[in-house]
Design a protein around this ligand. Structure first.
Ligand code: GDP
Ligand code: GDP
Length: 468
């Protein structure tokens, strides 16, 4: 999400006040006395329609000793390292102090862009300080009153370019991801008979990209909050951190899991009248950027038309699907409900057998580890690779037991088979006259592959190739 802003300045200029105004909750202790001990805090900020992360560097005032400059520099450097842009706050009522100049000098040399803000500018008392601020050599200062919320529009305008840049960067990165994902998809693949593809390995260091999708009101936000909340308990709550700063990535049983595109989840709250439109576009994007998709259903009303549309999108995009029946706490006859659900899956999504189904209660936090287990399992299957030798043994047995049909009086011969791609497993089969092989036979191959090599629940692909 968005960009990261570091709020920098000497003690008592109003950093925490600004932080609180941006993050929107009275998280931080604001105190008149310098010397109040505080941790560095971070939070998810909002300013009109901007969403960004903000880091407050308050807490420098703990030790007014000779090492203070060093401590301040370290804190500031750490914050700047993570930030896309910094705000240097000065107290316009107090005017420019030596320590402000010290910060300005440091920031002028730093590569992170700086917005100079003269705080406490409400009324007339800040005017001289505002003028003095020009002397810091950081351009026009923005007059602000963090306490009274004045000047926030100017700050908004100063921050806007960083949002745009972050968005462009994100899109570029996503595009790069897609490109490398697509490197070996279906039709571009040029394999000769006897050749083997170099398959992409699952890198266990890389997080699993998980999307949580579903119709409005099925409980997605509740689920995300639960997952993130549990993570906080596991990793130990960090002082000053709240649920606002959503950890989009966490470790579960030794594996990093990252939620992709929760923008749709957040945005929804704000623009209620555009719910349907937004959510289908958001859903499509989330599916494209995900590896595993958890489709959340409302147990009261499972697998209705819109649910099925999303499920089919997931399968068509070749992503691994987990069906999550939420609100299971309010179902009376659970056995019957589960039977109904699995019947519907079998009839409505016949192309993929064995899609994992997990019943949960996001509200009560029930069965969430089962859900994550299913995510990990299906992800493993999605990454499966089968040696060419085993595939060809299998192909020989299959065609012997169930020969392909005749075409123009001659039997179609399937000669050679190899896995062309993982994620999802995709196989190339070389045939004498591939164009004459009926789809029913390809479907039969897919189903047998799924069973014989134990790959339930994920879309498998078989591409027929002309044997040269
Ligand atoms: P920090 O140490 O830089 O984080 O500063 P704080 O946010 O703790 O604020 C220090 C003091 O300045 C507090 O008493 C705030 O109420 C006060 N303050 C913050 N912003 C403003 C403002 O816009 N106008 C005025 N007059 N006082 C402010
Ligand atoms: P979203 O639109 O998919 O993000 O759905 P929300 O998370 O906002 O949830 C919609 C409503 O369903 C809220 O009133 C939730 O409290 C409720 N809800 C979510 N999960 C559960 C659950 O497991 N059991 C019950 N009974 N209600 C739930």
């Amino acid at each position: 999400m968005g960009f990261t802003l570091a709020v920098i300045g000497r003690p008592n200029v109003g950093k925490s006040t600004l932080f609180n105004r941006l993050v929107g909750k009275r998280l931080a202790i604001v105190d008149d006395q310098p010397g109040v001990t505080r941790d560095r805090r971070e939070g998810d900020a909002r300013l009109s329609d901007l969403r960004f992360r903000v880091i407050d560097t308050a807490g420098l005032e703990e030790a007014f000793d000779e090492s203070m400059e060093g401590r301040m520099r370290r804190q500031t450097e750490m914050a700047l390292e993570e930030a896309d842009v910094a705000v240097l706050l000065i107290d316009a009522r107090a005017g420019v102090m030596p320590l402000d100049a010290h910060f300005a000098k440091f920031l002028r040399k730093h590569s992170t862009p700086v917005i100079l803000v003269a705080n406490k500018c409400e009324g007339a008392a800040g005017q001289p300080g505002l003028m003095e601020a020009y002397s810091l050599g950081l351009g026009d200062p923005i007059p602000l009153s963090a306490e009274h919320g004045e000047g926030m529009l100017d700050l908004y305008q100063a921050l806007l370019p960083y949002e745009e840049k972050a968005e462009a960067d994100q899109q570029a990165a996503a595009f790069e991801d897609r490109k490398s994902d697509d490197k070996q998809t279906g039709d571009e693949i040029e394999l000769e008979e006897g050749e083997e593809a170099v398959l992409e390995d699952d890198d266990p260091e890389k997080p699993i990209q998980l999307a949580i999708v579903g119709r409005p009101n099925v409980g997605k936000s509740t689920l995300v909050n639960r997952l993130v909340g549990e993570d906080r308990l596991l990793t130990g709550p960090e002082a000053g951190l709240t649920r606002d700063s959503i950890a989009l990535e966490w470790e579960w049983r030794g594996r990093q899991i990252k939620l992709v595109d929760t923008a749709g989840l957040r945005r929804r709250g704000r623009i209620t009248d555009k719910v349907e439109k937004l959510s289908s576009a958001d859903t499509r994007r989330a599916i494209r950027f995900a590896q595993v998709v958890a489709l959340v259903l409302d147990a009261n009303d499972m697998l209705e038309k819109q649910d099925l549309t999303i499920a089919r999108q997931v399968i068509d995009e070749g992503r691994a699907l987990v069906i999550v029946a939420n609100k299971w706490d309010i179902i009376n006859d659970k056995g019957e409900a589960l039977q109904k659900l699995s019947d519907r899956i079998q009839t409505s999504l016949p192309q993929v057998k064995g899609i994992p189904v997990v019943t949960i209660s996001a509200l009560k936090g029930r069965n969430l580890s089962r859900m994550l287990e299913a995510v990990l399992t299906v992800y493993g299957t999605w990454n499966r690779r089968i040696p060419t030798s085993r595939l060809n043994e299998w192909l020989a047995e299959l065609t012997e037991a169930h020969p392909p049909p005749l075409a123009h009086g001659r039997r179609i011969k399937l000669r050679y088979m190899t896995q062309a791609k993982t994620r999802p497993p995709t196989f190339a089969v070389f045939a004498s006259v591939p164009e004459d092989l009926p789809d029913s036979y390809t479907r039969y191959m897919v189903n047998r592959l799924r069973e014989d090599f134990d790959m339930p629940g994920i879309p498998l692909r078989v591409m027929m190739r002309k044997r040269k």
